[in-house]
Ligand binder design. Structure first.
Ligand SMILES: C[S@@+](CC[C@H](N)C(=O)[O-])C[C@H]1O[C@@H](n2cnc3c(N)ncnc32)[C@H](O)[C@@H]1O
Length: 278
């Protein structure tokens, strides 16, 4: 895709400008989302119309005018070409998802991590997905293995879309969408219940670590995500292990760690897989 786009945009932009644009381009179903550097904003409509014309499966092009932010981790989107419609259908790993890219967090860039987690899950596990969003990780895992997953999210739209996605993937009873603050939900109903806990809010993993431990069974596994600064990319995963061990309040065995994706210059989203002893 990026080679084709580069060719398309080549007539409008310099090689450096089109490289910048392409690294900030996502397609979700029939929606294209593009981040545009300030220097190119005067050309945003032209960029939108060109993308819409050339990417045949696209119906809308949105310019992402803010970073992912706020409690719900959503972003501001401005229509620059096509239909002003932010709801679409997206397919991944044999599952279907109804997504609204304005109302709830969604990233196609986490697909490899979703696949990795789904391959680690064992039949019969109880899983707590603490910041579950519209249910991407939960549904892909539950489609693979017979498990029970509590998908918790504080954003009412995310919980509503998760409910729809459970229905269209025929996973009622396997994935349970819970709308609420994870602190209340775990304290009220999910203490010591989880074989595997996902912490997909990397900015706040330290703040919520005690809660992840509270929901975990003895010998439970926690997937602890964080954002790590590393001058050398090859150091990022080890640095995230060291950071976890500095903040961990319980005896923990590190099972592995890796970079999930780059999130800025010399910044990486990482995951550390941990088995905890209560
Ligand atoms: C980075 S998104 C991850 C969503 C999902 N796991 C995914 O990968 O698609 C983090 C999610 O945490 C939710 N969130 C933030 N604070 C929360 C809290 N205290 N309790 C429950 N959910 C929360 C946000 O609404 C958002 O949907």
């Amino acid at each position: 895709m990026s080679r084709i786009l580069k060719k398309i945009l080549g007539s409008l932009l310099t090689a450096k400008e089109s490289d910048e644009l392409i690294s900030a381009f996502d397609q979700v179903g029939n929606i294209i989302i593009v981040k545009i550097p300030d220097s190119l904003l005067p050309k945003k409509k032209l960029i939108g119309e060109t993308l819409l014309e050339q990417v045949k499966s696209a119906k809308s092009v949105f310019y992402q005018s803010s970073s992912v932010e706020g409690e719900f981790r959503t972003r501001d989107l401005e229509i620059i070409a096509g239909d002003d419609k932010t709801e679409t259908e997206y397919k991944e790993s044999g599952c279907r998802f109804i997504v609204d890219v304005r109302k709830a967090f969604f990233s196609p860039r986490l697909s490899s991590e979703r696949m990795r987690i789904s391959e680690l899950v064992n039949d019969g596990e109880v899983i707590v997905n603490m910041f579950g969003g519209i249910g991407m990780f939960s549904i892909i895992a539950a489609k693979k293995k017979k498990c029970t997953i509590y998908n918790i999210d504080i954003n009412p739209d995310a919980a509503k879309f998760c409910q729809k996605n459970i229905a269209i993937n025929k996973l009622a009873g396997n994935v349970i969408s819970i709308h609420g603050d994870v602190s209340d939900v775990i304290r009220n109903e999910l203490e010591s219940k989880s074989d595997r806990t996902l912490m997909l809010l990397p900015e706040k993993s330290d703040e919520f670590l005690n809660l992840a431990i509270l929901t975990a069974k003895n010998n439970g596994i926690i997937h602890y995500y964080s954002h790590i600064h590393a001058d050398k990319k090859s150091d990022a995963a080890k640095l995230s292990e060291q950071h976890y061990l500095e903040v961990a309040p319980v005896k923990s065995t590190i099972l592995g760690s890796k970079i999930v994706r780059p999130v800025g210059p010399r910044f990486y989203q990482t995951v550390v897989d941990i088995k905890i002893k209560q």
